[in-house]
Design a protein around this ligand. Structure first.
Ligand SMILES: C[S@@+](CC[C@H](N)C(=O)[O-])C[C@H]1O[C@@H](n2cnc3c(N)ncnc32)[C@H](O)[C@@H]1O
Length: 225
């Protein structure tokens, strides 16, 4: 174990076990995207899809795909998309709901994909479970697997690092799940360090039951190697 991952040695295992425990309830609660989504969020996903289509037929990955409803939406928008999620149970439920699509078990911190193969990556509300000291490695992984010019869209709840949340119960199930809140500056600085080019950043005010502003960051891998 390196000094780098000594701080959060088990975060992948605890995240996987937690989402496995809540996968059916989470899917039941959050699989109505895009019907349940905000018009602005949908328009950003549509912009991402348009940019990714320029690199078609290169495949697009929805990383931290959860119930798979955003993967299915991107498929409906004409993208050759597949999902990746750390939770085998979440992947099983996504496959059951969307049998025409591919979903794989995997972690964004170490993707089982060759270099420069993807025409885009979308990761909505999934980097929130990656500790700060693993964020640069994760973005370097995104950079490695993206083709030159390919877009990356991230969404996350914006907040201060000190407000880090550790949940031991959700949907009545015992879990050990960490949520890392960050500012857009922290995320965009780290993306830049990983070699990605920033395209846009948007901070949307919380709506309805949302507790924190929603940040969207669009970046891309440079055209030149
Ligand atoms: C809050 S849910 C978001 C699901 C979906 N993207 C959405 O917006 O509805 C976070 C998802 O990310 C997955 N996840 C967390 N850490 C991950 C990792 N290191 N690699 C891949 N998936 C991960 C979880 O299993 C979960 O399905």
């Amino acid at each position: 174990m390196t000094a780098e991952n000594a701080k959060h040695p088990d975060f992948l295992e605890t995240t996987r076990a937690s989402y496995d425990a809540i996968a059916p309830a989470y899917t039941e609660a959050f699989s109505d995207w895009p019907a349940d989504s905000n018009a602005l969020d949908r328009s950003l996903v549509a912009a991402f899809a348009e940019l990714a289509r320029e690199l078609a037929p290169a495949p697009v990955a929805d990383i931290g795909s959860g119930p798979g409803s955003i993967t299915a939406h991107l498929h409906a928008l004409g993208l050759p998309v597949f999902g990746v999620d750390i939770s085998p149970r979440m992947v099983a439920l996504a496959r059951r709901a969307h049998p025409e699509l591919r979903f794989h078990v995997g972690s964004m911190t170490s993707l089982d994909l060759p270099d420069e193969t993807l025409g885009g990556i979308i990761a909505l509300y999934s980097i929130i479970h990656v500790p700060d000291d693993h964020l640069l490695t994760t973005f370097a992984e995104f950079h490695r697997v993206l083709r030159p010019g390919a877009p990356l869209l991230l969404a996350f709840q914006s907040g201060d690092t000190e407000d880090h949340l550790h949940l031991t119960e959700r949907f009545g199930r015992e879990i050990a799940l960490d949520y890392y809140w960050r500012t857009t500056d922290t995320v965009t600085d780290t993306l830049t360090k990983a070699g990605l080019q920033l395209q846009a950043r948007i901070l949307r005010e919380p709506q309805d039951e949302e507790k924190r502003p929603r940040a969207f960051v669009l970046a891309r891998r440079s055209e030149t190697r």
